[in-house]
Design a protein around this ligand. Structure first.
Ligand code: NAD
Ligand code: ZN
Ligand code: ZN
Length: 373
């Protein structure tokens, strides 16, 4: 089918997104066509443009946070029908590999191919003129239609509004899971969440849902500080230094139980201040993407070892999409998880570059591209 999509022809050069005509093939084996209601605008797509996540191929159709309705079903699809409502998961899970069967489907072996520039079968599903287009996360939600692998497609109940459900494809589970699973939040914990974007605000929600006693949000943008408090933060400050002083005051110098890093771009100099704020036996979670070739981190290894701290990476919040996406829908339905309030601004696909400008200026918890035709 002919439709339009937002492409990067020169990833890593800050050239911005080009909205143009694309052609999407009909679904092949174990694929479905999904008509999207909306796509979230996540910082990870910005990383394709600014080179934090370098791509050795082009063009790329961006976008990995979407939800919609199945309009066509390819061969060998036995769990989805036309008309089903689905959330697209930015990481696929095959349900068969060692990681999937041991309850760590965020690290499914299919994930190795999400930035390879091809559909899982090694061919292109999207074309721009005579050029094959690679899709972010096998998806490419910066287009009103996505030909998606069934392994990245999670059926949800039809009462959940699809434009809100789109955010459950990346930012919500990544942030929520960073608190609930990766940080292993405990009742009464004192937690610091650094960076209140689409991911960090959901880490605030996860901490609140797990019964954290004190939630300190850190972000230089006053709007983000206000929003964090709406979502359950007990305190909000503008910098690491202020957070460190506050933690010290609140804990008599002991430190926070968990520090979760969800800033837009991680750099090595964020890590030791996080450990200094963490108490003995506490956990530091790193969720943010860092420039792929960055290796430099100054870290007080002696204190780290001798005070039994843990540094935990967090991919997709350590969630299992087939379990956690329906669970997040249920938490939304029962009023425990905010989704509507996450959407600060909506855009048309043609306005996508403005959505990224607004994201970088800190104007949005999440900007969302709406597809309404
Ligand atoms: N690990 C994963 O599975 C995963 C999944 C999705 C996104 N990500 C990554 O998570 C990060 C956050 O994504 P997002 O969409 O929420 O981004 P965002 O741009 O919406 O939010 C980032 C926030 O960090 C704040 N910030 C920047 N520097 C800061 C600092 N030094 N101290 C405190 N706050 C600071 C900004 O003001 C902004 O509010 C990105 O690096 C993204 O690529 C990781
Ligand atoms: Zn994302
Ligand atoms: Zn798997």
């Amino acid at each position: 089918m002919k439709t339009k999509g937002a492409l990067l022809w020169e990833p890593g050069t800050n050239s911005g997104w080009s909205v143009e005509e694309i052609e999407i093939d009909a679904p092949k084996r174990r694929e479905v066509m999904v008509k999207l209601a909306a796509s979230g605008v996540c910082h990870s797509d910005q990383h394709l443009d600014d080179g934090v996540i370098p791509l050795p191929w082009a063009p790329v159709l961006g976008g990995h946070e979407g939800a919609g309705v199945v309009t066509e079903v390819g061969p060998e699809v036995d769990n989805l029908d036309v008309g089903d409502h689905v959330v697209l998961s930015f990481l696929p899970s095959c349900g068969k590999c060692k990681m999937c069967v041991s309850g760590r489907s965020n690290m499914c072996e299919l994930g190795a191919g999400v930035l390879a520039g091809y559909a899982p079968d090694g061919t292109h599903r999207v074309h721009a003129g005579d050029k094959g287009v690679g899709c972010m996360s096998f998806l490419g939600t910066f287009s009103p239609y996505v030909c998606a692998p069934v392994d990245a497609t999670i059926k949800i109940d039809k009462d959940i509004p699809l434009d809100k459900a789109a955010l459950i494809g990346c930012g919500v589970p990544t942030g929520w899971g960073s608190s609930v699973y990766a940080a292993d939040m405990q009742l009464g914990d004192i937690v610091v969440i650094v960076g209140i974007g689409g991911v960090g605000i959901n880490a605030v929600q996860g901490a609140r849902l797990k019964g954290a006693g004190t939630i300190i949000a850190v972000d230089p943008v006053p709007f983000k500080q206000e929003q964090a408090q709406e979502f359950g933060a007990t305190h909000a400050v503008g910098s690491y230094e202020e957070a460190a002083t506050l933690v010290s005051q609140l804990t008599n110098g002991q430190g926070a139980d968990r520090v979760i890093i969800t800033v837009g771009v991680a750099h090595g100099n964020l890590m030791n201040p996080a450990q200094e704020m963490t108490r003995r036996g506490g956990v530091i979670v790193l969720t943010s993407a860092a420039p792929i070739l960055q290796r430099d981190v100054e870290f007080d290894l002696f204190t780290f070892a001798m005070s039994g701290k843990r540094l935990q990476g967090s991919l997709y919040g350590t969630t299992n999409s087939r379990n956690d996406i329906p669970l997040l829908c249920e938490l939304y339905r029962s009023g425990q998880l905010k989704l509507d309030e996450l959407i600060t601004r909506t855009y048309t696909l043609d306005d996508i570059n403005q959505a990224f400008v607004d994201m970088q200026e800190g104007k949005n918890l999440r900007g969302v591209i709406m597809y309404d035709d």
